[in-house]
Write a protein that binds this ligand. Structure first.
Ligand SMILES: [Zn+2]
Length: 144
């Protein structure tokens, strides 16, 4: 097929597909065929390049005294959440993964006492809470 130079230039400039279609009066299939012919990667939904999750996470936080991190993003049912690619994982889970490099088991929650803290190092999952509880019990004795 013969490539249109304007479409190719717009694709190389990383313009959103819908803008290319509207501005250059070409159809969806034409844009896709050009992208394929030029071996360019498929576009990201919404036309915005996807940031690493770490960047998106910290962009929605604000440091608080004591090393805590306040969530400035969206909340649902009292839980801070990170909207991303149509999903809304809890910011606690995302922060936990960033710090511990694994999925939390059970709920991830702040263990530092600061309400809704999302500082990754302050987040605990169930096994961590159980371990802390066991240590406290060993030191102070069990509940009577
Ligand atoms: Zn904290």
């Amino acid at each position: 097929m013969k490539l249109r130079e304007d479409v190719a230039a717009a694709l190389r400039a990383n313009l959103p597909q819908r803008d290319i279609m509207r501005t250059l009066h070409v159809g969806y299939n034409t844009v896709v065929a050009h992208r394929k012919a030029l071996a360019l990667p498929a576009p990201v939904r919404g036309g915005h390049p996807l940031q690493p999750i770490e960047t998106e996470f910290y962009a929605r936080t604000e440091p608080v005294d004591g090393g805590h991190l306040r969530w400035t993003g969206h909340h649902a049912n009292g839980v801070p959440r990170l909207g991303r690619q149509g999903k809304h994982p809890s910011a606690y889970r995302v922060g936990f993964r960033l710090h511990h490099g694994r999925e939390p088991i059970g709920h991830a929650k702040p263990g530092c006492g600061y309400p809704q803290c999302v500082a990754p190092a302050h987040l605990e999952d169930r096994p961590m809470r159980e371990q802390i509880q066991a240590q406290l019990t060993a030191i102070f004795g069990g509940a009577r």
